[in-house]
Ligand binder design. Structure first.
Ligand code: FES
Length: 82
């Protein structure tokens, strides 16, 4: 199953937390052997800076994402239980 995670790399989202979120996603994919199944890409600013940091997983947009929330979302989305 191919999933796609898009992370906004605009300067606002990047500064608000997506720099860290990106690392967290990469680590999550590695730890769970999902790297081959998931396409991880960056997005330019999508003009929703006020709601950032923003990211998109399989077409679902998530706003205001910090590390704890992100892990919950990833675990739920990929059916991984810690
Ligand atoms: S920088 Fe992410 S929406 Fe603008």
């Amino acid at each position: 199953m191919g999933a796609t995670i898009k992370v906004c790399m605009g300067s606002s989202c990047f500064a608000r937390g997506n720099a860290k979120n990106l690392q967290l996603i990469q680590k999550f994919l590695q730890d769970n052997g999902l790297e081959a199944d998931v396409e991880l890409t960056g997005l330019r600013c999508c003009n929703q800076c006020a709601k950032g940091p923003n990211l998109n997983i399989d077409g679902v947009e998530y706003n205001n994402i910090e590390a704890g929330t992100l892990l919950d979302i990833l675990e739920r989305h990929f059916g991984v239980n810690k």
